[in-house]
Design a protein around this ligand. Structure first.
Ligand SMILES: NC(=O)C1=CN([C@@H]2O[C@H](COP(=O)(O)OP(=O)(O)OC[C@H]3O[C@@H](n4cnc5c(N)ncnc54)[C@H](OP(=O)(O)O)[C@@H]3O)[C@@H](O)[C@H]2O)C=CC1
Ligand SMILES: CC(C)(CO)C(=O)C(=O)O
Length: 295
């Protein structure tokens, strides 16, 4: 398979370099504005054990690509897709946090084969260096769930050879909702208090965490997603322990004064709550605070 990568930041760079290193052809796909007229990009990859470099071609079109891995921030996805020439037979795979763009892609590109995924790998991009600081699991599935087609895509092996472990999930929406729920709790609280993920384990955070988990489970259930308040609380606890020394992506975005993904994380809960006539004051409050910067 020839892989196209849209958004060669931390996660896009990580996948581009890993696929290239595993022997698969990779093209970075971006408009001239983003490539600044360059026809290739030199990137380095490093983790605790190894480092290597590669010169990856840049094109404005998916002409050579069988599949396009979309790795921009969630709020950049639609704009980024619209600035490239997307060929008809190119499959699409999203890998961002937050919810909403998957459905928008489906509406905008109804004839393309769409897959969605979520990953627990951790990466940073500093200049042209991709630093892989935490190995994780990537879960991928057909978006939306489709009972009638062969379930597992042929290219899953490419990803598993390049950056294991990759799991196929026939019901990706539940996996996306689990990640959404985790991000809805950890990201805004750590962003506002500028604390580490592990600090949310302290007893003082538990009342607000419980309220958020309750609201998220109400909205998830209204959307036919079976997620209980207790299950979300457990997931949040587990991720806070596993990533105790991490600054969440939103905490970093606030620290570096970059836009955050709040509107597609807690904002998605608020939007869905409106649709089902539910009240989610804790989520609304976080969206308001992080959108206006008043905290
Ligand atoms: N980093 C991580 O460890 C993890 C990230 N995620 C999620 O993955 C997604 C990507 O995150 P991350 O890689 O950290 O973000 P980055 O900001 O590092 O990467 C996004 C990249 O997309 C580029 N981009 C934006 N608009 C366009 C466009 N129109 N055309 C081409 N490229 C474009 C950006 O370029 P520029 O910088 O020039 O704007 C940037 O290089 C997010 O949803 C994040 O929440 C999930 C798990 C872990
Ligand atoms: C899982 C978590 C919270 C890890 O930091 C994350 O996805 C993020 O920071 O965006």
């Amino acid at each position: 398979m020839h892989w196209g990568i849209l958004g060669d930041g931390a996660i896009g760079g990580l996948y581009a370099m890993s696929l290239y290193h595993a022997g698969y052809p990779v093209t970075l796909v971006m408009s001239n504005e983003f490539s600044q007229g360059q026809s290739f990009r030199q990137l380095t990859y490093e983790n605790e054990q190894t480092h290597y470099q590669a010169e990856l071609p840049i094109e404005q079109t998916t002409d050579h690509c069988d599949i396009l891995l979309i790795c921009t921030k969630s709020y950049q996805v639609l704009d980024a897709l619209q600035t490239i020439h997307l060929t008809q037979n190119c499959e699409l795979l999203t890998l961002h946090n937050g919810m909403g763009p998957q459905q928008k892609i489906l509406n905008r590109y109804p004839d393309h084969s769409l897959w969605a995924g979520t990953t627990t790998h951790g990466a940073k991009r500093q200049s042209n260096h991709i630093i892989h600081h935490g190995s994780g699991i990537t879960t991928i599935g057909r978006y939306p769930k489709n009972h009638h087609t062969a379930p597992c895509p042929t290219w899953l092996d490419d990803l598993n050879n390049a950056l294991p472990e990759v799991i196929f999930d026939e019901n990706i929406e539940i996996a996306l909702w689990r990640k959404l729920a985790i991000n809805c709790v950890i990201n805004p609280l750590t962003a506002i208090d500028q604390c580490l993920n592990g600090e949310l384990l302290s007893p003082s955070y538990q009342p607000v965490i419980r309220e958020l988990c309750y609201e998220i489970s109400q909205v998830a259930n209204a959307c036919q997603i079976p997620l209980s308040c207790g299950e979300i609380e457990q997931l949040v606890q587990q991720v806070c322990k596993q990533t105790a020394k991490n600054h969440s992506s939103m905490a970093q975005d606030v620290y570096y004064r970059r836009p955050t993904e709040i509107k597609l994380i807690n904002g998605y809960i608020v939007e869905m709550a409106k649709r089902y006539n539910l009240d989610v004051p804790f989520n609304r409050h976080l969206v308001k605070n992080l959108t206006t910067g008043e905290f």
